[in-house]
Write a protein that binds this ligand. Structure first.
Ligand code: GAP
Length: 436
């Protein structure tokens, strides 16, 4: 993980937030390459959810919502972690992360002192703020801890305006905030993050089949963005692990450097959310099925992925230090579809008109995707820099170009080169980038 963190900083993928002030814990900023990678991940998710399914539409709800939403959702009462303090070293832990034997002896996992741990206190993970100029209880609002609730409270609006019939889904990408007690592992667990969530509204009774279907579809999507299959697995939640809203939950897990961990959750939330919002808002959220003349509160199957965690997974999965004959090559084998820069263009040498031709090629390609022009240093070094940034293709203008208007395309993973006519370069690159 240290190597990923340092590559991210060196190449401009991810920086510590407010670094010049010493940083702020568990918040990160995406640099020029990171923001492109993240956008591409979101774009692939949106495409697979909204563009490719007639029964799913998009939404972008506000982060700040009516505070009653979080009472209805159960977050005010139940979105808590049991927190334990050490009286000696002042460290703070989640009780469920302490070895039960040590906790029984009240032994601090950090300083080792026995009897130093306090009783567990329930700590709510929601960030609170105030709306308007007066900081009083009546003006409290929360930064949303999940994007899902914005979808539930809009379910009627969306259904009526887009004339959807059940079953149908609503997809959303947006920021979520959690005052995590033990954030860490870079962008794996942060206090500000982005979620990509889809809520699928179904008739009670069809929920289990739909839940089974969506878990397979979500697993397949990770293959589409290039994650290795043998690094992914399902893990079903035991009865005692289930969140307060879930009848069944399964995680897509990835094998990170720190072990197998959750990447996405697929949850059967039953009619819990809509029933609660119906109760708390006093609005009718039932659905009337014209065909069967039945009225019911829809069940919800949710797919909930972390965008930052997916970006981290892509980076971890793609990273390789390859031993070559005389050197070690650091390469990011990012799938071309999500790679930030799709192609780099170089003149082999800075003379004989090669830079001008290369500049023109880069300018022509730029309308299609992100292209990087580089003429500094030996061409071998330029290839290595692009390997580390995950750029799948390097295009080089050489002396042959001057004779027959062809260039080489060098493919990042195999390092193989092929000659193509400048005329056919854009379609060839596009074919290679978007190949399934
Ligand atoms: N709406 C359901 C929900 O929010 P969750 O399991 O709490 O479920 C879903 O979160 C996903 O959001 C996780 O699988 C993870 O990818 C991401 N996520 C949750 N907390 C996170 C955090 N503190 N930092 C980064 N990503 C997080």
């Amino acid at each position: 993980m240290d190597k990923i963190v340092s590559l991210c900083k060196r190449r401009g993928f991810i920086f510590q937030s407010s670094e010049i002030y010493g940083g702020i814990n568990a918040c990160y900023d995406y640099g020029p390459l990171g923001v492109e990678l993240k956008r591409n991940v979101k774009e692939m998710w949106w495409r697979s959810m909204v563009y490719e399914n007639q029964d799913i539409v998009g939404l972008d709800a506000a982060i700040l919502m009516h505070p009653r939403v979080w009472e209805a959702s159960g977050h005010v009462a139940g979105f808590t972690d049991p927190l334990v303090d050490c009286r000696v070293c002042k460290m703070r832990f989640r009780q469920d992360e302490i070895d039960p034997k040590k906790f029984e002896k009240r032994q601090c996992p950090s300083c080792g002192n026995a009897g130093s741990l306090t009783d567990a206190r329930q700590f709510n993970l929601m960030f609170k703020t105030h709306m308007g100029p007066v900081e009083e209880d009546a003006s409290v609002v929360y930064l949303r801890p999940e994007t899902a609730q914005g979808i539930y409270v809009n379910y009627k609006n969306v259904m009526d305006s887009s004339r959807k019939k059940i079953p149908f889904g609503i997809a959303q990408i947006g920021k979520a905030f959690r005052n995590e007690i033990t954030p860490g592992n870079f962008v794996f667990r942060t206090r500000e993050f982005e979620q990509m969530e889809m809520q699928y509204f179904v008739k009670p009774g069809s929920d289990e089949a739909v839940w089974n279907d969506w878990r397979e579809r979500r697993m397949a999507w990770y293959g589409k963005i290039g994650i290795r299959k043998d690094k992914l697995r399902f893990r079903r939640h035991g009865e005692n692990e289930l969140a307060h809203y879930a009848k069944a939950a399964i995680d897509v897990e990835y094998e990170y450097p720190m072990g197998w961990k959750e990447l996405e959750g697929i949850h059967n939330r039953t009619d819990y959310d809509l029933s609660r919002h119906q109760e708390f808002s006093g609005k009718d959220l039932t659905y009337f099925d014209d065909a069967t003349r039945e009225r019911f509160v829809p069940f919800i199957v949710e797919t909930s992925a972390g965008c930052d965690r997916t970006v981290l997974t892509c980076l971890v999965d793609a990273y390789e230090e390859q031993k070559l004959e005389n050197e070690t090559r650091t390469v990011l084998h990012l799938d071309p579809k999500i790679a930030p820069v799709k192609a780099a263009v170089f003149p082999l040498v800075n003379k004989d008109g090669m830079p001008e031709i290369a500049q023109k090629i880069a300018a022509d390609l730029r309308g299609e995707f992100i292209v990087f022009y580089d003429d500094s240093g030996a061409v071998g070094r330029r290839y290595r820099r692009q390997d580390e940034a995950g750029t799948p293709f390097c295009v080089t203008v050489d002396s042959q170009t001057l004779k027959d208007e062809t260039v080489t395309i060098r493919e990042r993973d195999s390092m193989e080169q092929a000659r193509v006519a400048i005329r056919g370069l854009a379609p060839e690159l596009k074919r290679r980038i978007w190949a399934e």
